[in-house]
Design a protein around this ligand. Sequence first.
Ligand SMILES: Cc1cc2nc3c(=O)[nH]c(=O)nc-3n(C[C@H](O)[C@H](O)[C@H](O)COP(=O)(O)OP(=O)(O)OC[C@H]3O[C@@H](n4cnc5c(N)ncnc54)[C@H](O)[C@@H]3O)c2cc1C
Length: 501
Amino acid sequence: MTTQDADVLIAGAGPTGLMLAGELALAGIDVAIIERRDSQELTGSRAGGLHSRSIEILDQRGIADRFLREGKVANVGQFSGVALDISDFPTRHPYSLGLWQNHIERILAGWVDELGVTIHRGREATGFAQDDTGVDVALSDGQSLRTQYLVGCDGGRSLIRKTAGIAFPGWDPTVSNLIAEVELAEQPEWGVRHDAIGLHGIGRVEYEIRDGEIVYADSGPVRVMLTERQLGAAGEPTLRDLSEAMIAVYGTDYGVHSPTRISRFTDMTRQAAAYRDRRVLLAGDAAHVHSPDGGQGLQTGVQDAVNLGWKLAQVVKLTSPESLLDTYHAERHPVAARVLRTTMAHVALRRADERTAALRETIADLLKVDEPRRRFAAMMFGLDIRYDLGEGHPLLGRRMPDLDLATADGPLRVYTLLHNAQPALLNFGEPGGFDITPWADRVQMIDARYDGVWELPALGAVTAPAAVLIRPDGYVAWVGEPTESGLADALTTWFGPPAAP
Ligand SMILES: Cc1cc2nc3c(=O)[nH]c(=O)nc-3n(C[C@H](O)[C@H](O)[C@H](O)COP(=O)(O)OP(=O)(O)OC[C@H]3O[C@@H](n4cnc5c(N)ncnc54)[C@H](O)[C@@H]3O)c2cc1C
């Protein structure tokens, strides 16, 4: 008999793999991560923060404060350089949080560690073979690990995706950028420059936000982002590449020296044709890559993880059939497809010619009008996602707002109920109106009162529901009255068949 090393193995301890490991561990699954890097240290500069929905997701697990305490909040996001104010949005977190990815990963890794997840660091997944009962994952040290399910969270060049033979259709890059953290001997031209080559920027790594404006520190390392003249450079970028690109744009390299990070990124835009091949799944950059414009990649990956975690946990525990995993692709593929489209629009809008500049200004005018501003901001902050769960109340398939409820045991925030990633049925009608005994081992049942307005981002006020069934990822699976049919079906669909009496 083959022994199993973990119920679920995750390749990659980036933000997606870490979040997924946390979700699975919370659900009581034996999960381990295989990570190529020796430590959580990042070599390239990457994401600059978290947007509103990602912060809500972390709040649902009771860990948002760990991030908020270290970052800087701003009520504005942007669409292709146009500021979008969300201070009036109906969320507890109507802002984005400026926090570099190395800190996001460090904090997530700390949480995952508390949950007892093993991370096999300094080991690389080099291949796998799956059969009817599990997956054997080959490692760079010659060993292999056996698991029931393997999730590739191993980034854009995903070996897991390639080995699974999952197609990655999309668009080749049209623009290449260098990004680096360096020291400069001379005072540079701070801020953003838009010229015939493209978009460039120089700023200090450390900054504050005062009255919604970024104010850079007076000293410390400098972050440089440059558009390269040409596409297709091979190999890792060097200080010399950076210096030459700076001279091409600014006429000087400002005495650039002592780089701690230099990396290259492009607007290559691709998405996995399938997020699952039997016992192998993909999440995060392994499933979708695109330009960083609009800061969507990490958010999408972390939210993939939160969509997949509880479903995979239920399948491993045999409370739900394997078909539940099909809803992961069905729900998350369209979300990333829209991100791909939006980022392609961003890239097109930052082109340097006069006609594109005119188009940019036109879009900027449009986004000053309230309705488009609300819609685009809700999209950019991840607050308008609706999974297609059929027709019905506007809440169906949308994120549950974090309401302040009154219960027999005192005040209760909705997101507190989700800290352990357990589903909940909230009854706003007659106490005791629902009997969900056959699911009582899996679903929390709470009689509550809420007298405020039910308001959803971009949609506005909606009718108060009599009851809502909330999934562990915070999306609403069912809305209705005790007298309405459908609740038993929804409970079975999402949380498995009723327990035998
Ligand atoms: C310049 C830049 C700016 C960005 N800005 C933003 C932003 O502002 N907001 C935003 O949301 N996103 C941004 N992104 C995107 C964001 O960085 C990525 O979307 C995010 O890192 C994806 O997380 P991931 O965990 O899916 O993949 P990754 O972060 O790529 O993590 C993959 C992990 O897998 C490991 N690995 C790879 N192969 C193997 C293997 N075979 N075996 C074991 N381990 C393996 C890697 O070492 C790595 O730790 C930016 C990206 C860039 C390049």
